[in-house]
Design a protein around this ligand. Structure first.
Ligand SMILES: Cc1cc2nc3c(=O)[nH]c(=O)nc-3n(C[C@H](O)[C@H](O)[C@H](O)COP(=O)(O)OP(=O)(O)OC[C@H]3O[C@@H](n4cnc5c(N)ncnc54)[C@H](O)[C@@H]3O)c2cc1C
Length: 599
C-alpha cells in the first residue's frame, strides 16, 4: 500500500532549492527577469553557511595595486592544478569586477581604503603577472564577516522584490517526468508537517556542500550534501568528489575556522621548534601558498615529530598561528570576528598568544556536474555534455568546474554570485514568454519519494542515526583525509559498505511530522552516506596526486591518464565510475597549458 499523505500543490516558473549566497543570487535574478520564483530552504535564509564566510570575495578591481582578470584566471587555473574548466574559469574571473560592484550597489558594506574604495587583501595563491609578480591584493572584504554582509544584502534585495520564500521546508527529492526532465521537487514543511509538491519549469539546486561527512570540519551542521543526495538518487552523477579541501587553520579541537585573511594580514605558522616551516615548502609564497600545499606541509611537520604538543603532553599534534605581532588596530578593524572566535573556542587572546590550529575539512570542490551556463549534465557514452533538461546547479552543490582539484580562497563567494546570476539568465533565456506553468506530468517519481519518507519515519531498527553518522564521520576522517593510499581507501570503502548494510536497520524514534529533527537528520544522513560513497570511490580510482588529492602511493600528477574529471553514479551503495574531459579551451583567452605547480 502506498502511504497516504496529502500534498499541497504549487506552480512556479522557477524553483530555487537553497538560500545561501548562490540560491539567493539566483532567486534575485529570476525575479528581476519577471519569472515567478519560489526559493525553498531548510534554514532561515540568513542562517545558511554562506553567513560564516570570513575572508572575502576575489575580483581584480586593482584598488590597492595593479591587477588584471587574466592574472586572476592564471592563478585559478594553476590553483585548480589544471583540473578546472577554463571556459568556466574565464567566465567567472572576467565577470568578477562587475559582480562585486553590483554587490556594492546592492548595499553590501565592504571595508574601505583611505580613499573610500573597496578594501582588498592578499589571499593564498593569488598573484600578479602570471605568478611572476608579487602577491595580488585581490580579495574584497567586509572585515572578517564578508559572507554575513553578502548574505544579508542579497536577502534584503530579494525581499525588496517580493520573492516567494518557503522557509524551513526540507526538500526530499527532485521530481522528473517520463522523459527525464526535471519538473520540480517534493518538500516537507518542518513546522507544520505538511508535504508540498512544487511544479516548476526549471529547478536550480543551490544546497551547498557536504563538509559534515568529516568529523572535524569548518562547515555548519546543515552542510549535509542534500543536493548531491537528490542527484544521485535520481540517477545523476557527481563529478570530482574526491577533491576535498582541508583548510590549514581550523582551531585545534573545535574545528572553527580562522580565515586565511589572518595570514593575508601578516599572520604566520610555526611548528614545535618555533620554525616558520612554510619557508621550506613554498619559498616564495610561504604562508600564503595555496591551501592544499599548506595543509600537507602542516600534516608532514606533525607526522615527522615537529608538531606542537598540548600542555603536559609529549607528542606534538598541532601547529601555531601567530597574530600577536600584528598592530592592535589591524586585529580590531580587519579581524575582529576571528579574535572573538579564538577567545571563545581556543581560550586565546590573539594580541598575546598564538592560536593552536590543524588542517580541517572546509570545502567540496566536487558536486553535480554542469556546463558554464550552470545546466546540469549527465554524461552518457560519447556525449559527455548531455544536458538534463530543466535542472541547474550552482554554488558548492555544483561542479561547474572553476575550482578543479583545489579552490583558491575567496573564489567561492565569487562563484556563488557569478553562477547564481548565470543560472537566472539561463532560466530567463529558456522560459521567458512561455505562458502558464503546465500541470504536473503524470509519471513522476513522487510515490517512490513518499515511500522512502514513510519508511524512514517508521524505521524501527537497532542503529541510531547519530551512531551511524558518527561512524561515517570517523571513517572519512581516518581513511580519506589529507593523505591517502590504496590500502587506507580500500579500508574506507569496506567500512562504508558496512554502513550501507546497516541502513535498513536504522532507528528513528520520533514518528511525528512536526519539528521531527530525528527524521530530518536521518534523511540528511542518507545524503551524507551517498556523498561519502562517491568521494571514496573516486579517491580510490584516481591513481595520481593533484591539488587536494594526495596519494602517497602515486605522489606525481599524471596528466596523460588523469587530466580528466571523474564522474560517479551511486545506486544502493554500488558505484559506477567514468571520466569526463577537462575543458581546456577558454571562451576568448588563450589556453593556459599545464605546468608544474610550485609556489
Ligand atoms: C567557515 C567558512 C568560511 C568560509 N569563508 C569563505 C571566504 O571567505 N571566501 C570564500 O570565497 N568562500 C568561503 N567559504 C566557502 C563558501 O562560504 C561556501 O562554499 C559557500 O558559502 C556555499 O554557498 P552555497 O550557496 O553553495 O550554499 P550554503 O550557503 O551552504 O547554503 C545552502 C542552502 O541550501 C539549503 N538546503 C540544503 N539542503 C536543503 C534541503 N534538503 N531542502 C531545502 N533547503 C536545503 C539551506 O537551507 C541553505 O539555504 C567559507 C566556508 C566556510 C564553511
Amino acid at each position: 500500500m502506498p502511504p497516504a499523505y496529502d500534498l499541497t500543490d504549487h506552480a512556479y516558473d522557477v524553483l530555487v532549492v537553497g538560500a545561501g549566497g548562490s540560491g539567493l543570487r539566483a532567486t534575485l535574478g529570476v525575479v528581476e527577469a519577471g519569472l515567478s520564483t519560489a526559493c525553498i530552504t531548510k534554514l532561515f535564509p540568513t542562517r545558511s553557511h554562506t553567513v560564516a564566510a570570513q575572508g572575502g570575495i576575489s575580483a581584480s578591481l586593482a584598488n590597492m595595486g595593479e591587477d588584471h582578470w587574466t592574472w586572476h584566471m592564471y592563478d585559478t587555473v594553476k590553483g585548480s592544478d589544471w583540473l578546472g574548466d577554463q571556459d568556466a574559469i574565464e567566465y567567472m574571473v572576467a565577470s568578477a569586477v562587475d559582480a562585486v560592484v553590483e554587490l556594492e550597489h546592492y548595499g553590501m558594506p565592504f571595508s574601505r581604503t583611505e580613499e573610500g574604495k573597496i578594501y582588498q587583501r592578499p589571499f593564498g595563491g593569488m598573484t600578479t603577472r602570471f605568478g611572476k609578480g608579487p602577491a595580488a591584493e585581490r580579495t574584497c572584504a567586509a572585515a572578517d564577516r564578508t559572507g554575513h554582509a553578502m548574505l544579508h544584502t542579497l536577502y534584503q534585495q530579494c525581499l525588496k522584490r517580493d520573492a516567494a520564500f518557503f522557509v524551513e521546508y526540507f526538500v526530499l527529492d527532485l521530481l522528473f517526468d517520463r522523459q527525464g526532465r526535471c519538473c520540480g521537487a517534493l518538500a516537507w514543511n518542518l513546522a507544520d508537517g505538511t508535504l508540498h509538491r512544487f511544479r516548476a519549469r526549471a529547478t536550480v539546486l543551490a544546497t551547498g556542500g557536504y563538509g559534515r561527512v568529516y568529523f572535524s570540519c569548518t562547515s555548519a551542521h546543515s552542510c549535509t550534501g542534500d543536493g548531491g543526495g537528490m542527484a544521485l538518487r535520481a540517477g545523476l552523477p557527481l563529478q570530482d568528489p574526491e577533491f576535498v579541501q582541508f583548510h590549514p587553520t581550523g582551531i585545534y579541537g573545535a574545528g572553527c575556522l580562522i580565515t586565511e585573511g589572518a595570514r593575508g594580514e601578516g599572520g604566520y605558522l610555526t611548528n614545535g621548534e618555533g620554525e616558520r616551516f612554510m619557508e621550506r615548502y613554498a619559498p616564495s609564497a610561504k604562508d600564503l601558498a595555496s591551501r592544499d600545499v599548506v595543509s600537507r606541509a602542516m600534516t608532514l611537520e606533525i607526522r615527522e615529530g615537529r608538531g606542537v604538543a598540548k600542555k603536559g603532553h609529549k607528542k606534538g599534534d598541532h601547529i601555531l598561528l601567530h597574530l600577536e605581532h600584528l598592530p592592535r588596530k589591524v586585529l580590531h578593524e580587519r579581524l575582529p570576528g576571528i579574535s572573538e572566535t579564538a577567545r571563545i573556542f581556543a581560550d586565546v587572546d590573539v594580541t598575546r598568544k598564538p592560536i593552536p590550529v590543524l588542517p580541517t575539512c572546509h570545502y567540496n570542490m566536487g558536486g553535480v556536474p554542469t556546463l558554464h551556463s550552470t545546466a546540469v549534465v549527465n554524461p552518457a557514452g560519447k556525449d559527455e555534455n548531455r544536458v538534463v533538461e530543466g535542472l541547474f546547479a550552482v554554488g558548492e552543490a555544483g561542479c561547474v568546474s572553476v575550482h578543479g582539484a583545489n579552490r583558491l580562497g575567496s573564489n567561492s563567494l565569487l562563484d556563488l554570485v557569478v553562477f547564481g546570476k548565470a543560472a537566472a539568465e539561463a532560466c530567463a533565456k529558456t522560459l521567458k514568454g512561455k505562458g502558464k506553468v503546465p500541470p504536473m506530468p503524470e509519471a513522476t517519481c513522487e510515490q517512490k519519494i513518499l515511500e522512502r519518507f514513510d519508511r524512514l519515519r517508521h524505521a524501527q531498527g537497532e542503529h541510531r542515526t547519530a551512531d551511524l553518522r558518527d561512524a561515517l564521520q570517523h571513517l572519512m576522517q581516518e581513511d580519506c583525509a589529507v593523505f591517502r593510499s590504496k590500502d587506507v581507501l580500500q579500508q574506507g570503502k569496506e567500512r562504508v559498505q558496512e554502513l550501507w548494510q546497516k541502513l535498513p536497520q536504522i532507528a528513528v524514534s520520533d514518528r511525528s511530522l512536526i519539528w521531527n529533527s530525528d527524521l530530518m537528520e536521518t534523511l540528511e544522513f542518507e545524503n551524507l552516506l551517498l556523498c561519502a560513497t562517491a568521494t571514496l570511490a573516486c579517491a580510490f580510482e584516481r591513481t595520481e596526486s593533484r591539488g587536494a588529492h594526495a596519494r602517497e602511493d602515486f605522489p606525481k600528477r599524471d596528466d596523460k591518464a588523469w587530466m580528466q574529471h571523474s564522474v560517479v553514479w551511486v545506486e544502493g551503495g554500488k558505484t559506477r565510475f567514468a571520466k569526463r574531459k577537462v575543458h581546456t579551451q577558454p571562451l576568448t583567452a588563450e589556453t593556459i597549458p599545464p605546468q608544474e605547480r610550485v609556489y
